[in-house]
Design a protein around this ligand. Structure first.
Ligand SMILES: Cc1ncc(COP(=O)(O)O)c(C=O)c1O
Length: 374
């Protein structure tokens, strides 16, 4: 049996008639950029996330860059984040001329450890400490970081909070949605995300209308009035076709997330007592399982065994950001963040999506079990 890591063709087949209808409507209109479709999606996503305002941009990476910039982060500033994330989180900081400071993760949730954020801030010399302007918690794999602690620290040290919610739309922490806690929340609509378009796309949500107003100016070359440029901005707009597709998919999102959760439960049950570390969901969280990620000793052998048996699995992420070649200049080394380094050697994400059939789920479970029963 061949099982892909994600079956977007099956998802498309399940909503084809609705999608084809809106695509043809947009094509008929010939309004392709920042149309009414984008404004409607912004309203629907801000309602969904329970945050007052939103701005669509060209990608999740741009969402981070524009949010940071709209919040005043730039050259000479520093931003605290996790090394156990997709590269874009720190890249956005660096692109703006700011410096990422990494702190290690919680070994259970894989999210940034608030104790270590506080420890870093307390141990910094006052000069460096003054350059720290923000924290970017990443809600990795679809589960929120400890937002109450992070918001408390941010308040104490007067820092902005930008939630990297690229993997976590729909996740909740103490009943409140991901992206609704900080000064800005950043979403990615990359095709493989839980809410994915047919190309790149992203969105920033914020409780502060002036942040969204600034983002809306930055995304069109720093211009409010056509051909008058207040700032050097970007070309980072969301396409109408993407927005129309995403509006259809948003209506299905909660059902898709429920299906992911029920598959995760089946995996959890099957893998209990096998020496496999299954995802730990913090008490205050609901997980959205953007990834169903296990941690195992003999990860690479298991990966090979799954591959041989037709199951696509993947490692998110094999190299923590402090060990990336481009961040040599930050002078971290092996051992700087031991929890992230250990997890990078042990984690493995299995297929998890609503279109997985019962037979496929059983096959994945059986194949994993076979590996341990050899
Ligand atoms: C945690 C995280 N941050 C940021 C991004 C960047 O999003 P995009 O690929 O839409 O630019 C991603 C997506 O891959 C991500 O997983």
């Amino acid at each position: 049996m061949e099982i892909p890591l994600l079956d977007l063709k099956a998802q498309y087949r399940s909503i084809k008639s609705e999608i084809d209808q809106v695509l043809s409507k947009v094509v008929e209109s010939q309004y392709f950029i920042l149309s009414g479709e984008v404004a409607s999606l912004e309203k629907e996503v801000s309602d969904y996330c329970d945050v007052p305002s939103a701005a669509g941009v060209a990608s999740g990476t741009d969402a981070l860059i524009l949010a940071l910039r709209a919040l005043g982060i730039g050259k000479g500033d520093a931003v605290i984040t996790t090394p156990f994330t997709f590269f874009a989180t720190a890249e956005a900081v660096s692109i703006l001329g700011a410096r990422p400071f990494f702190v290690d993760i919680d070994p259970g949730t894989y999210n940034i450890d608030p104790d270590k954020v506080e420890e870093l801030l307390q141990n910094m010399d006052p000069g460096t400490r003054r350059t720290v302007k923000a924290i970017i918690p990443v809600h990795l794999y679809g589960q929120c970081a400890d937002m109450a602690r992070i918001m408390d620290i941010a308040k104490k040290y007067d820092l902005k909070v930008i939630e990297d919610s690229a993997q976590a739309i729909g996740a909740t922490y103490k009943g409140k949605k991901a992206a609704s806690f900080g000064d800005a929340g950043c979403l990615s609509f990359f095709p493989s995300k839980n809410l994915g378009g047919f190309g790149d796309g992203g969105m920033i949500v914020s409780p502060d209308a002036s942040v969204i107003e600034e983002v809306k100016m930055l995304r069109v070359h720093g211009s409010k009035e056509m051909y008058i440029h207040e700032e050097i901005g970007y070309n980072s707009r969301l396409d109408s076709l993407q927005a129309a597709i995403l509006r259809i998919k948003l209506k299905k999102l909660d059902a898709w997330l429920d299906a992911r959760r029920s598959i995760a439960e089946k995996y959890n049950e099957a893998f209990a007592e096998m020496g496999i570390i299954t995802p730990m969901v913090a008490e205050e969280n609901t997980h959205t399982y953007h990834q169903y990620t296990i941690a195992v000793q003999d990860r690479d052998e298991l990966l090979e065994h799954l591959d041989k048996n037709g199951i696509a699995a993947r490692v998110y992420y094999p190299v923590p950001l402090h060990l990336q070649p481009c961040y040599k200049c930050l002078e971290y080394s092996i051992g700087s963040f031991p929890v992230s380094e250990e997890k990078a050697e042990k984690v493995l994400s299995l297929p998890v999506y609503s279109e997985l059939t019962g037979e496929q789920i059983e096959y994945i479970i059986r194949t994993v079990k076979d590996f341990y029963n050899k």
